[in-house]
Design a protein around this ligand. Structure first.
Ligand code: HEM
Length: 386
């Protein structure tokens, strides 16, 4: 289904930019997608019911509208997830990816063995939440992510798993917090939260810390193993772009490398779109010929994958161009709920591939050398290198 999406969206953008499909409205042009994201009072997030199941009823800001509580909770977390950490995170990602490539003996599976491992190792350490003794943080987080964002059919088997994993992850983080109360200070996100709790600052009770850390773990690390291998696959399809990305990697020109990886992501981004619900009647694209009234209660899909291919705003969108302005990209959302980890992403995603790109590489022969997906998730891609 995903393979025909670009064609489907290009038709929609021309013929029916704001398309009503059943009780759902799909926006496909750049301006209309941004309009939906930019007007949170009219188009609210839909995540709260499932978040409640994951979080045991504790509120996490991804599920909130633009309320004082949303502002408070995000401000609080911005005190402990800070820009000063980015160079350290970048270095750790590159070092760990380098160690994995160095020990891989000429053959590497990019999704799990490289990107998922590096992401979870670095971010679990940064957040201060180690893997549980019984269970695997990577599996737990990824299943909860799937339930929250990718389970369109409300699969009962997945729900049963979530009913087990959700409480287990909450209990694991609670145990970690309890242990850290009795340990000496460690400078990670949890350590900083506990310092502020001791100082009596609001927003840092044990349960608030647990909910924020759990939101980060479920909302963050499952995603690089989706988009970074997808970017690698896109580079492998374009020998010239691949060679240029490799030359940037070898020259340690990280900003140039980042541009290649973000541009590659544009051709196969995280998802077709993000869901919203109309909280009031609202006319999308007022003043244009395709102005459309969306009534309160309508489900909306803001197709950011399509927006990034809209020739009205993105110059020559089918061309691979690493020199595009930042405004061409909507990889991490837009408006109120724009990704909390976007600075981390900008500092680290490309470095997960950098050590591999420094080698002489090629696809593995046969099917395993092409990216395989399982539903919305990148699943397997094997690359050979010298
Ligand atoms: C490839 C990596 C990532 C991608 C593609 C990505 C993408 C996104 C997108 C599209 C949204 C907006 C959701 C919406 O508006 O409906 C979002 C929100 C969010 N992301 Fe990320 N993300 C990534 C990594 C991370 C990381 C590493 C963290 C860790 C802190 C993180 C934490 C969050 C949180 C907490 C939100 C909710 C923000 C809010 O409600 O204000 N993400 N992300």
């Amino acid at each position: 289904m995903f393979a025909v999406m670009p064609w489907f969206f290009s038709v929609l953008r021309r013929v029916k930019p704001v398309a009503k499909i059943g009780n759902m409205v799909l926006t496909s042009r750049y301006d209309d997608v941004r309009e939906v994201f930019a007007n949170d009072q009219a188009f609210g997030v839909v995540y709260q019911p499932k978040l409640d199941i994951i979080m045991g009823g504790e509120p996490f800001f991804l599920g909130m509208g633009d309320t004082p509580r949303y502002r408070h909770d995000t401000d609080v977390m911005r005190k402990v997830v800070v820009a000063d950490d980015l160079p350290r995170l970048a270095k750790e990602v590159e070092t760990r990816a380098g160690a994995i490539v160095a020990s891989a003996d000429g053959r590497i599976e990019v999704v799990d063995a490289l990107v998922r491992r590096v992401t979870f190792d670095v971010l679990a350490d940064y957040f201060g939440v180690p893997g549980p003794v019984e269970g695997d943080l990577r599996v737990w987080a990824t299943r909860l992510f799937e339930f929250q964002f990718a389970d369109q059919v409300n699969d009962p088997a997945l729900r049963a798993e979530v009913d087990r994993i959700g409480p287990a992850l909450r209990a694991h983080i609670d145990t970690t917090i309890a242990q850290r109360h009795n340990a000496s200070f460690k400078d990670d996100v949890l350590g900083r939260c506990l310092e502020r709790q001791k100082a009596g600052e609001s927003g840092f009770s044990d349960v608030q810390i647990r909910t924020a850390l759990m939101g980060f773990i479920v909302g963050g690390p499952p995603q690089p193993p989706m988009v970074v291998p997808q970017a690698m696959e896109q580079l492998l399809r374009r020998p010239r772009a691949l060679a240029e990305a490799q030359s940037a990697a070898r020259a340690d020109d990280d900003e140039r490398l980042r541009r290649y990886v973000f541009e590659a992501m544009r051709f196969d981004p995280l998802a077709p779109g993000l869901p919203r619900v109309a909280l009031q009647d609202w006319t999308i694209a007022t003043g244009t010929r395709h102005a459309t009234l969306v009534t309160a209660g309508t489900q909306v899909l803001a197709a950011f994958a399509s927006a990034m291919m809209d020739p009205r705003r993105v110059a020559d969108p089918k061309r691979f161009d690493s020199e595009r302005p930042d405004s061409d990209y909507i990889h991490f959302g837009h408006g109120l709920h724009q990704c909390f980890g976007r600075h981390i992403n900008r500092a680290t995603l490309h470095l997960m591939l950098k050590p591999l790109l420094k080698t002489h590489l090629r696809r593995a022969p046969g099917r395993e050398g092409r990216l395989r997906k399982r539903g919305a998730f990148a699943d397997r891609l094997v690359v050979l290198f010298e």
